[in-house]
Structures are given as C-alpha cells and as structure tokens.
Design a protein around this ligand. Structure first.
Ligand code: COA
Length: 178
C-alpha cells in the first residue's frame, strides 16, 4: 500500500468528526466519541491551532488514519496516532511515526526532541515507538483512568535529534539517584 500524508484543513471538519466518532479507541481516555463532541474539539482549534499539526494518513486513495501533533511551540511536541481498525497491525503505524519524526526534525531545525505517551497495555503503540528509535523515559503508575474505573500505568517515550541523526537510541541513565 502506498502511504501519503495530507494536512488536515478546517473545511474537512465533518470528515474528521466522522472519523473520530466512527471507530472505537480502546486505549484513549475517551474511547467512544460522538460527532458532536468531535466537532466541538475541532471548532476549538485543537487540531489546527498555531502549535498543532494534523495529517490524514492516506493508504492508496483512502483515508485510513490521522496523526495529530500538539505543543509544537514549546520544544516538546507530543503526538496522537489513530488508524482505522481494519488497517492496524500492517506496519502503517511504524511507517507513520518514522515519517513524522523525519518531517518534524526536518521542518523545525530548532526542535531537539519529540515525545509520546501511551497506556502500558498498548503493546502495538509501544512496539511502534521502540522500532522508531524512541526511548522509554517515564513510567507513571496508575495515571491513566479508564471507563471501567481501572487505573492504567502511562508510559512516556521520547526521541532526541542526535539519536534520530545517528540512528542509535541513547539509553536513559536510570541509576542516577542520590
Ligand atoms: C497503535 C497503532 C498506531 C499501531 O500501529 P499499527 O500499524 O497497528 O502497528 P504496526 O503494524 O506498525 O506494528 C508495530 C508492532 O506492534 C505489533 N502489534 C501490532 N498490533 C498488535 C496488537 N494488536 N497486539 C500486540 N502487538 C501488536 C506488531 O507485531 C509490531 O511489532 P513487531 O515489529 O515486534 O512485530 C494502531 O494499532 C492504532 O491506531 N491503534 C488504535 C489507536 C491507538 O491506540 N493509538 C495510540 C495512541 S497513543
């Protein structure tokens, strides 16, 4: 499948709201959204604010997912990646994070790091991040509430520009305690 990435435009708000509301997102804090909720988020500028970038992930000619980068202004952007259920587990997530990393480091020469967080049991996302050169940088215990009341651990990852350039993931010094 040929993957391309197309910037989201506000005129596509209906499409984005439909996309967000038409799938289950079991690893997100709000796993089910209505189109009205999604529309409100879009209208607030959450996806196309000054420090946001949102792209459709297009497989051949079909929109199969989206990736949203936020906090581009503060030097520590974070991103959210969502694929339609029928397109998961086929390498699209890995290809997309690799594309995003190259795009952001290429477009923003002052950018030194990119971050991502995910729920501990989101094995696919954690594998994607490790395969794309991100290092585990944080483990927040019982940080992520779910609909059924379970508190999941949240795992933080980051990639440094140096590591992206060299292709070598520098390990975190976990034994630096006093
Ligand atoms: C998480 C997500 C982006 C991963 O993308 P993907 O295209 O499905 O993942 P890939 O096909 O690139 O696979 C990456 C790795 O995860 C593994 N993997 C994929 N799906 C898996 C699953 N359901 N369970 C366990 N491992 C899985 C693959 O085997 C691969 O690991 P490997 O190289 O060691 O074999 C995608 O599944 C998705 O959109 N999920 C729903 C939304 C979500 O959870 N987003 C993350 C928010 S932080």
């Amino acid at each position: 499948m040929q993957l391309t990435y197309s910037p989201f435009e506000r005129s596509q708000a209906d499409d984005l709201a439909r996309f967000l509301a038409s799938e289950e997102w079991p690893f997100h804090a709000g796993p089910r959204q209505t189109q009205a909720t999604a529309h409100a988020r879009i209208a607030s500028g959450e996806f196309d604010g000054d420090h946001d970038r949102t792209y459709w992930i297009v497989g051949d000619d079909e929109r199969i997912g989206m990736i949203h980068v936020e906090d581009l202004g503060d030097g520590n952007p974070l991103f959210d990646l969502r694929l339609r259920a029928g397109h998961r587990g086929k390498g699209v997530g890995t290809a997309t994070v690799a594309w995003l990393t190259t795009t952001l480091f290429g477009e923003f020469p002052e950018l030194n790091r990119i971050e991502a967080t995910t729920r501990q049991d989101n094995v696919a996302m954690r594998r994607v991040l490790l395969k794309c050169g991100f290092a585990k940088e944080a483990h927040y215990r019982q940080e992520w509430p779910s609909e059924n009341g379970t508190l999941y651990d949240c795992i933080g990852y980051g990639i440094l520009r140096n590591d992206w350039e060299s292709g070598v993931t520098t390990p975190v010094d976990w034994d630096d305690g006093p």
